[in-house]
Ligand binder design. Structure first.
Ligand code: FAD
Ligand code: NAG
Ligand code: NAG
Ligand code: NAG
Ligand code: NAG
Ligand code: NAG
Ligand code: NAG
Ligand code: NAG
Ligand code: NAG
Length: 597
């Protein structure tokens, strides 16, 4: 099979362009190589890559493929996949976060796989690649990651770094809901990088002399918290609330909020050094002295944007006694919508009050259901938490809003975390959006913010929604770190993820309509209610208007320059990250291409 190498060579590129040249609506594009293109690597090329990675290259097989007779992919030979025992296992574990994150390629948010190849009870039903990539390197060494980056660069393949598959926005399957971004890609799985070492006194670059940990890129939230707790004395690291979300991958590179952010800042604020592989396949360290610009950008500048991180060194802090409260208002208490809405508004209008006391609050909101689980009071005992929350319960009582609550205190944050946080359920279908409301938004327009959030639970007569909120102010009493995170986070009060509920089997047109509801109905209401706010790239809308400013504020121009420096050709790609403006998905959403005219 001949390789298709157009004569056109980019002036800025050392390599001749290998790939399809396409034209759509008068714009000329150069596309990544896909499995239905002549430029797709030959079997010999893949075999050679497999040799380089010591056999760690696998066909990327959707987790439900074991329930189907065979997997078919354009341009690649079909694989027979059925295995009754493995199928029963897949069916039993379809809502198990750990099982899914341990899978080589599974995405926990099936809309971003096109809901392809589900664990059916009909083995004859078709299983296609959907939005998943075609090959995956199950990397166990840095050299495997480098080999994957080099192969994707030289063969012009869409490259996906897959840590846990947790990304709400499908960025680890590498496609967009209705645009098949990443269809035909090479995936590098970093899940096995779980090494961690602790020191009680950091002696590396910079002025930090407290404790530190060096953490492998595959480490997940709860396992990292557990390692911290097992130290003597126990320590804490700022991480997210979800037990299985990766810690050092998308989380840190997007900024990273968590239950201790109100006292210790954002996840990315606390990084001391990164080890990474550049898009040119070079091993680099990035810290305050070595590659300080890359150091700055990796701290919140966007996942899969500047380099592939392999490990991180982060500040540890002393454990803290922690107390908190769980509150419910739902149909057990009232079916009166006006009463419920008033209760939510009272709760949410006190957001600045909670953060002024260093609290973090996690809540879930849908029509008639508010589940606050939990209020987190670091460095507090139950008496202190009850004192901070007294105005809330006084106001609810005065307004005759029924609710239930309980408060518990623990000697450490870790014990609190294990007891008071709940696991989320994966494999739900929704289109994500959201907004960060500032202290000013809450103070000056709290009722309007609450109203917009209540509206997001039922934006139209036939569309349902639910929201996940995080009340925190990572600027409160914490020295401001110099990094790429949107400066708006320093005045944050409430960051809420909104979801438009989907079935997953909607037509292309209906998916587009529902995306429009998230962006232009729900999103418009949120922006109107919170004009001083911002959005969060890890938990935001892929169609966010003015995403550059919305996600990064005044840091965007510098991030754009750094993207041009560290990945000028677009070896990495994640939608709505710095420097991706020229890239689009054309040809009915199947090809990731860069406009060249
Ligand atoms: C249930 C749930 C709870 C969450 N809770 C929180 C929370 O409390 N706080 C918070 O801030 N966020 C939270 N998030 C959002 C989370 O930060 C993002 O989904 C994040 O992208 C997950 O990163 P990951 O590495 O686990 O996921 P993946 O899906 O594997 O990767 C996500 C993105 O990061 C890129 N990436 C992964 N590893 C690397 C690497 N080594 N180098 C370069 N790029 C890499 C991927 O290519 C992809 O673009 C939550 C998400 C979910 C689904
Ligand atoms: C890579 O090599 C290993 C070990 O020989 C083999 O099991 C695997 O199937 C190969 N991968 C591909 C995609 O052929
Ligand atoms: C692969 O599977 C598809 C779908 O089942 C089928 O149409 C196609 O003929 C198969 N290709 C080969 C080479 O068997
Ligand atoms: C996605 O799903 C739709 C509906 O089942 C189907 O028509 C389309 O071909 C799928 N796309 C891919 C890339 O599998
Ligand atoms: C250490 O602190 C000094 C004084 O605040 C500052 O000027 C210097 O930049 C810091 N060094 C590093 C590497 O952060
Ligand atoms: C409503 O709150 C009660 C606690 O009072 C809880 O047991 C129940 O699960 C909640 N219902 C819903 C739908 O969340
Ligand atoms: C609300 O309605 C549900 C369903 O009809 C009912 O079970 C519940 O008891 C009602 N709650 C209250 C507080 O009346
Ligand atoms: C909490 O701490 C305060 C201040 O030290 C103390 O007065 C109070 O008794 C403590 N409450 C509990 C339940 O330990
Ligand atoms: C945060 O608020 C303070 C005062 O409340 C203000 O001075 C500062 O400019 C704000 N910062 C941002 C990034 O909005």
């Amino acid at each position: 099979m001949g390789r298709f190498i157009p004569l056109l060579a980019l002036a800025s590129s050392a390599l001749a362009w290998i790939g399809e040249v396409k034209e759509e609506n008068g714009v000329k594009y150069q596309c990544k190589c896909y499995s239905d293109n002549a430029c797709w690597p030959t079997v010999t090329d893949w075999t050679s890559l497999n040799t380089t990675v010591a056999g760690a290259l696998k066909r990327a097989t959707p987790p439900g493929a074991v329930c189907h007779r065979s997997l078919s992919t354009a341009g690649v030979s079909n694989a027979s996949t059925y295995n009754a025992a493995a199928c029963a296992d897949a069916q039993a574990n379809w809502l198990n976060e750990k099982w899914l994150t341990d899978d080589p390629i599974a995405s926990l948010w099936p809309l971003y796989t096109n809901n392809t190849c589900l664990p059916t009870s009909d083995p004859n039903s078709p299983c296609t690649q959907g939005f998943y990539g075609v090959y995956v390197i199950m990397a166990t060494t840095k050299a495997h990651i480098k080999a994957g980056v080099d192969f994707a660069r030289t063969h012009n393949l869409r490259l996906i770094i897959r840590n846990t598959g947790h990304d709400f926005l499908g960025r680890s399957t590498g496609k967009h809901l209705t645009e098949l971004r990443g269809y035909g890609s090479l995936i590098i799985n970093t899940h096995s990088f779980k090494d961690v070492t602790f020191t009680t006194k950091y002696t590396g670059i910079g002025n930090w002399t407290g404790g530190a940990a060096t953490v492998g890129i595959g480490m997940q939230g709860r396992e990292l918290f557990k390692h911290c707790f097992d130290q003597s004395p126990p320590v804490v690291i700022v991480g997210g609330e979800c037990p299985t979300v990766g810690w050092g991958g998308g989380y840190i590179q997007g900024g990273g909020h968590g239950p201790l952010s109100s006292i210790y800042g954002m996840g990315a604020d606390n990084i001391l050094s990164f080890d990474a592989i550049t898009v040119n396949g070079e091993y680099v360290t990035a810290n305050a002295v070595e590659n300080p610009d890359l150091f700055w950008a990796l701290k919140g500048g966007g996942p899969s944007t500047f380099a592939v991180v392999t490990s991180l060194t982060v500040k540890t802090f002393p454990e803290v006694p922690t107390a908190g409260t769980i509150v419910n208002i739902n149909s057990t208490h009232t079916n009166d919508t006006a009463v419920f809405n008033k209760g939510f508004t009272i709760f949410h209008n006190l957001a600045n009050h909670y953060t002024d006391h260093g609290m973090f609050v996690y809540f879930e909101l849908s029509t008639g259901r508010l589940h606050i689980a939990p209020f987190v009071g670091p460095r507090m005992n139950t008496t202190q938490v009850e004192a901070v929350l007294k105005p809330l319960f006084d106001q609810l009582d005065a307004a005759k809003i029924p609710y239930d609550k309980y408060t518990r205190g623990f000697p450490t944050f870790f014990q609190f975390y294990i007891d008071m946080f709940e696991d989320e359920q994966p494999n739900q279908n929704s289109i994500v959006g959201g907004r960060l409301f500032s202290q000013t938004d809450i103070k000056e327009r709290g009722d309007a913010v609450a109203e917009a959030l209540l509206f997001a639970s039922a934006p139209t007569a036939d569309v349902g929604g639910f929201s996940v909120g995080h009340i925190l102010n990572p600027g409160y009493g914490v020295p401001v770190a110099d990094n790429a995170i949107n400066p708006k986070w320093r005045n944050a009060s409430s960051f809420v993820i909104t979801n438009v509920i989907m079935n997953g089997d909607e037509s292309w047109e209906l998916k587009k309509e529902r995306e429009n509801i998230q962006t232009n109905v729900v999103g418009a209401a949120l922006r109107k209610a919170g004009p001083d706010g911002a959005t969060y790239v890890n938990e935001g809308d892929l169609n966010e208007p003015n995403w550059q400013t919305s996600y990064w504020g005044s840091n965007y121009p510098k991030l754009l320059e750094l993207r041009k420096k560290w990945d000028p050709e677009g070896v990495l790609y994640t939608q709505t990250t710095p420097g991706t403006e020229d890239w689009s998905v054309i040809d009915y959403g199947t090809k990731l291409c860069k406009a060249v005219s």
